[in-house]
Design a protein around this ligand. Structure first.
Ligand SMILES: Cc1ncc(COP(=O)(O)O)c(C=O)c1O
Length: 390
């Protein structure tokens, strides 16, 4: 039987850029010690107090269907958090609870784009972006954010790419680059969206991981609340990747349309997970800072470990849990470097090219292993680059 083209075209064909990672996993499974720096997931688990709240909720009987758009209490808590952070009036009617940031990205594009519409995203990009756009029948179109411009997209490039488009997807703090968009970049993005009547889909899943500068949600910029769909989740902020709980925040009429989508798709998020999320949010910013603290510390470890040499240069790590390392001085592509590094040093990293052409000549290191292991791996990466230069 023939599958629909919508489902077969999601991946877009070609290499998915994960081959080095899979090779590293296979080596590890075969018993070879490998340092894996390719996983975008905390090396700590969900806090036991959150698990206790989840357990109490489930044992208290909260195992049935829950309201499709989320518990009013959780929608209210998310809205209050957003209003507190941004100053934009936000109520529960502006929030729908969904099973994670990825489901929120899908719902946001579903709401914004008709089949055949052009949906713009910034390259380097989080792995699922083009596939998510294709999954709703829209046509992905990349705008390059150049390493030499701190991975900030340029106004001129945005202008060209967004003419005639329906939506623009941004991610700040950014995976994979660690960039945080400057006030000027965000002003340009907002301006381009207003001028071209675009939906802005703002993926803010790393908003609690800010090391330098400040995170500004573009929904707070003039004239943007009516055209911005903010995507977020508790995956990164509370080390709750496996709980699958996130949201979209946007205009009430969009949220109510997404309610229809969720009714025919996810049919809500488990009630005990929502109760755990409500508890987690209730712990306030101190709990979020505790989850983020290892990455703040390791960002410094990356810079210290790579100081005093010029072959492996970290891009500024302003936010998120990744370091993008420029290996262009070795003369190798990111992919060749990553493969050779795995062979020589048994260290698994992501080639920059797996995040799009904008990541060429880079490797991405996830700062998701213990401090001493990270420091050791980085010194070996720099040492390995030195052997190439000889
Ligand atoms: C930029 C970005 N957006 C969205 C997601 C998906 O997050 P979630 O686990 O909430 O689905 C990730 C996960 O790594 C991510 O890096």
């Amino acid at each position: 039987m023939k599958l629909s083209s919508r489902i077969t075209q999601i991946t877009g064909g070609g290499s998915d850029g994960w081959s080095v990672h899979y090779r590293a996993l296979a080596l590890k499974a075969a018993g070879t010690p490998v340092t894996l720096l390719s996983m975008g997931e905390h090396d700590t688990r969900t806090d036991p107090s959150i698990l206790a709240a989840m357990d109490a909720s489930a044992r208290g009987g909260n195992t049935g269907y829950s309201p499709v758009p989320g518990f009013p209490s959780l929608r209210k808590a998310v809205a209050a958090r957003i209003a507190g952070q941004t100053g934009v009036p936000t109520g529960p009617e502006n929030v729908i609870i969904l099973p994670g940031g990825q489901a929120a990205l899908f719902a946001a594009h579903h709401a914004a784009c008709d089949p055949g519409d052009r949906a713009v995203y910034i390259d380097p990009y989080y792995a699922t972006y083009p596939g998510t756009i294709r999954a709703v029948g829209a046509v992905p179109h990349a705008v390059m954010a150049h390493a030499d411009n701190g991975f900030q997209p340029l106004r001129a490039d945005l202008d060209i790419a967004t003419r005639g488009a329906k939506s623009l997807l941004i991610n700040s703090p950014n995976n994979p680059t660690g960039a945080i968009y400057s006030d000027d970049t965000l002003q340009d993005i907002a301006d381009v969206c207003r001028t071209n009547d675009l939906w802005l889909i703002s993926d803010e899943v790393y908003d609690t991981q800010v090391w330098e500068g400040r995170h500004v949600s573009p929904r707070a910029l003039p004239g943007m609340a009516e055209r911005t769909l903010v995507v977020n989740s508790l995956s990164k902020s509370h080390a709750m990747t496996g709980s699958r709980v996130g949201w979209v925040c946007g205009p009430a009429e969009v949220i109510s349309a997404m309610h229809n989508l969720a009714t025919h798709n996810t049919y809500g998020v488990a009630g005990f997970v929502q109760d755990a999320a409500l508890f987690a949010l209730g712990q306030g910013s101190a709990a979020e800072e505790a989850v983020a603290a290892p990455f703040r510390r390791r960002r410094q470890i990356v810079m210290d470990s790579l100081a005093g040499q010029n072959l492996v240069r970290p891009a500024p790590i302003s936010g998120a849990m990744y370091a993008m390392l420029d290996v262009r001085a070795t003369g190798m592509s990111g992919e060749d470097f990553a493969n050779a590094l795995l062979d020589a040093e048994r260290i698994g990293v992501m080639p920059g090219e797996s995040f799009g052409a904008g990541g060429a000549g880079h490797i991405r290191v996830a700062m998701t292993v213990a401090d001493d292991m990270l420091a050791d791996a980085l010194r070996r990466i720099a040492g390995f680059a030195g052997t190439l230069a000889r």
